[in-house]
Design a protein around this ligand. Structure first.
Ligand SMILES: [Ca+2]
Ligand SMILES: [Ca+2]
Length: 145
């Protein structure tokens, strides 16, 4: 019963996002397409991390960022970091547990790496979270249930 309700909700959201170009939708919905909703369903009881956007970067030009969940690096899979500029959005596409503690790290060669911010997911909701404001960086990530 619960699964059916969730499917119905996601289908409604997808229809809305696909059919109307209005402002004010949550970024997780506005930034993602129906493929993200399908991927979220593939996460089962977990939360799907959709994409991350750099609202403000902590360094001149580019930040080198990666994401940890519960102390373990989960993104990017094929490298030690992703290089991001202000305003850029990059797909994350990872499943994490509903109450995972996320940390956004910024790699520095000579200093210890910077912590941009931490968030603890609020389980059973689709919403955006912000990593803020370590070293002046601010990033938004969409979590889809
Ligand atoms: Ca730094
Ligand atoms: Ca750096």
């Amino acid at each position: 019963m619960r699964t059916w309700r969730k499917l119905s909700k996601l289908a409604a959201v997808t229809t809305l996002a696909g059919g109307l170009a209005f402002t004010g939708t949550p970024a997780a919905v506005a930034d993602g397409g129906s493929t993200e909703k399908s991927a979220a369903l593939a996460c089962g009881g977990n939360v799907f991390l959709d994409g991350i956007r750099a609202l403000a970067i902590s360094e001149n030009g580019r930040d080198e960022v990666y994401i940890e969940a519960d102390g373990v690096k989960i993104w990017p899979a094929g490298g030690s970091y992703v290089s991001m500029t202000a305003g850029q959005r990059v797909e994350v596409d990872k499943c994490v547990r509903p109450q995972a503690a996320l940390r956004l790290m910024e790699v520095d060669d000579l200093d210890p790496n910077d912590v941009i911010g931490r968030v603890i997911l609020q389980g059973d909701v689709t919403r955006d979270y912000e990593f803020c404001c370590g070293d002046g960086g601010r990033y938004r990530i969409g979590a889809v249930r």
